[in-house]
Write a protein that binds this ligand. Structure first.
Ligand code: PHE
Length: 455
C-alpha cells in the first residue's frame, strides 16, 4: 500500500507545531520560567532552543523525510548496525512511556472542562480551596480513570483516521482554535487591573537565579517542548514531500512553539497577579491556582472553560504525535493494519498508564527514591530517554550517516538556502556536530546525578 503524505506544507507545519505545543508550553513553561529568574531564564531558554533545538529538529525531520519510515525503519534504511536501529527502538519505547503518563494529566484537563462548565470553580476564593478540590478529584478513581480513558479514545480516533484525514485535518481545525483562545485569554489577562505585576514577574530579569541548574532546566525543557529525541518529528517528517524546505519548516515550528509558550506565560501570570494569588505553586499552578484566579475575575466562568479547552487541545495534538510514532512502527515494520494497530496499541498504552493514574491515590505510598510510579516514568522518559535520543540522533546525522549524503538530502527543497546563505548551513553543521552533542551530554550527566557527585 502506498505510504500516505501530508496534503500540504501548511498541514505538516500545523501538525508538527501541534506536537510541539502541548502541556510543556502551557503547564510547564510558565512555572519553570517563574521559578528560575523570569526574563533571564527566558533568555537562556531561547539560546538553548536556537543552538540545540533548531539543529536537532532539522536533523530529525531530515531523517524521516529521507527514509519515509518510522524511527526504527529510518535507522535500518541508513545503517546496518543494531546499535543505531536500537536508537529508533528507544524512540518507540519512549512514545509508549510518555503517552502513558501524558494522557493522565491531559485527562485532568479534560475533566476540568466539565468542572468549569458545572460552575464548580466559582466558589473558590483561595488557591488552597482549589487545591483541596483538585486532591478530591484525583483521589476519585472513576473520575481520574474515566477522563484518562476518554482522552486516550480521542487520541486514538485521530490516528485511526490516518495522516491526511485524521492528523492533518484535526490539526488544521484545532490549532487555529488554540491560537484564538489563547489570544482571548491573554487579552483578558492584560486588561485586568494589576496585571502589570504579572508581566513584571515573568519579564523582570533576575540574573542571580541563572546557575548551572537553571541552564540545565532550560536545556531539558527545550527537548520536551519541541518533541525531540524520540522520533516524533522524524515520523512526521516521514510523511513530508521532497519539495518542502526543511530548515524553513523547522524554524516556523520553533517560532510557533516559543511564541505560544510566552503568550501562555503572560495570560497565566497576569491573571494570577491581578487577583492577588500566589504565583509560585509550581506544577500545581494550573490546577490549583488558575481555577481560583478565574473564580475571582469578571467573566471568569467563561474564561475558565476556555482555558481548559485550550489546554486539552494542546495536549491532544501532542498525544496524537506520540501515538503516531508507535503506530507507524507497527505499520511499517511489522505490516500491521493501521486501524488494528491503533486499537491494540492504544489499549497497551492505557494499561501502562493505569499505574500512573493510580499514583495519585491508591499507589501514592509506593515510592522508590521518593518517586512514585508516575514520577519514575516521567523522569525516565523526559530526563533520560529524550536527551539520550537527541544526543544519538545528532551524532548519527553529524558523523555516521556521511555528511555529504546529509547535505544532498537536505538540499532537496532548500536549494535556495544553499545558494544564497551557505553560511547558515555551515553554522548548522557546526552546532550539530560539536555544540549539541556536548551540551546534551552534560544535561544527561546532570539527570543521572553524576554531576552532583563530581562537584
Ligand atoms: N512537546 C510536547 C509538549 O510540549 C510533549 C511531547 C514530547 C510530545 C515528546 C511528543 C514527543 O507538551
Amino acid at each position: 500500500m502506498q505510504r500516505e503524505q501530508w496534503g500540504s506544507k501548511l498541514g505538516f507545519i500545523l501538525a508538527a507545531a501541534g506536537s510541539a505545543i502541548g502541556l510543556g508550553n502551557i503547564w510547564k513553561f510558565p512555572y519553570i520560567a517563574g521559578e528560575n529568574g523570569g526574563a533571564s531564564f527566558i533568555f537562556v531558554y531561547l539560546i538553548c532552543i536556537a543552538i540545540i533545538g533548531l539543529p536537532v529538529l532539522i536533523a530529525e525531520i531530515l531523517l524521516g523525510r529521507t527514509t519515509h519510515r518510522n524511527p526504527v525503519g529510518a535507522f535500518k534504511a541508513l545503517s546496518k548496525s543494531k546499535l543505531w536501529i536500537g536508537v529508533g527502538g528507544m524512540g518507540v519505547v519512549s512514545g509508549f512511556l510518555i503517552l502513558s503518563f501524558y494522557a493522565v494529566i491531559a485527562g485532568w484537563s479534560l475533566g476540568y472542562i466539565f468542572e468549569a462548565i458545572a460552575g464548580n470553580f466559582t466558589i473558590f476564593n483561595t488557591g488552597v480551596l482549589a487545591a483541596e478540590h483538585f486532591n478530591t478529584l484525583v483521589s476519585n478513581l472513576p473520575w481520574i480513570i474515566g477522563y484518562f480513558t476518554l482522552f486516550m479514545l480521542l487520541t486514538m480516533l485521530f490516528v485511526y483516521l490516518g495522516i491526511q484525514k485524521g492528523i492533518e485535518r484535526g490539526s488544521k481545525i484545532m490549532m487555529p482554535i488554540l491560537f484564538v483562545l489563547l489570544i482571548v485569554l491573554m487579552i483578558r489577562g492584560i486588561t485586568l487591573e494589576g496585571s502589570e505585576e504579572g508581566i513584571a514577574f515573568l519579564l523582570h530579569p533576575d540574573w542571580s537565579k541563572i546557575n548551572a541548574q537553571a541552564i540545565l532546566v532550560a536545556l531539558g525543557h527545550a527537548f520536551f517542548t519541541l518533541s525531540l529525541g524520540m522520533g516524533a518529528m522524524l515520523t512526521y517528517g516521514s510523511y513530508m514531500s521532497k519539495n518542502d524546505n526543511i530548515p524553513s519548516a523547522a524554524l516556523q515550528i520553533i517560532i510557533l512553539d516559543t511564541v505560544i509558550a510566552l503568550i501562555a506565560g503572560v495570560a497565566i501570570f497576569t491573571s494570577v497577579f491581578a487577583v492577588g494569588l500566589d504565583p509560585s505553586a509550581g506544577p500545581g499552578l494550573i490546577f490549583h491556582t488558575i481555577p481560583a484566579a478565574f473564580a475571582k475575575m469578571p467573566g471568569g466562568y467563561f474564561f475558565s472553560i476556555i482555558f481548559f479547552i485550550l489546554l486539552s487541545i494542546a495536549a491532544l495534538t501532542s498525544a496524537i504525535s506520540l501515538l503516531e510514532v508507535v503506530v507507524a512502527y507497527f505499520v511499517d515494520e511489522l505490516g500491521w493494519d493501521r486501524k488494528i494497530a491503533v486499537i491494540i496499541l492504544g489499549f497497551v498504552v492505557f494499561l501502562l498508564g493505569l499505574p500512573s493514574a493510580l499514583s495519585f491515590n491508591v499507589l501514592a505510598d509506593y515510592t522508590i527514591f521518593g518517586k512514585n510510579f508516575f514520577d519514575i516514568v516521567d523522569f525516565l522518559a523526559s530526563n533520560i530517554l529524550l536527551p539520550l535520543g537527541g544526543l544519538l540522533i545528532s551524532i548519527f546525522v553529524g558523523y555516521i550517516w556521511g555528511f555529504d549524503k546529509v547535505l544532498v538530502n537536505l538540499k532537496e527543497g532548500s536549494q535556495n538556502l544553499f545558494d544564497n546563505y551557505p553560511y547558515i548551513i555551515l553554522t548548522w553543521k557546526f552546532f550539530l556536530k560539536y555544540l549539541s552533542p556536548i551540551l546534551i551530554f552534560i544535561v544527561l550527566l546532570h539527570s543521572l546525578g553524576i554531576l552532583d557527585i563530581i562537584f
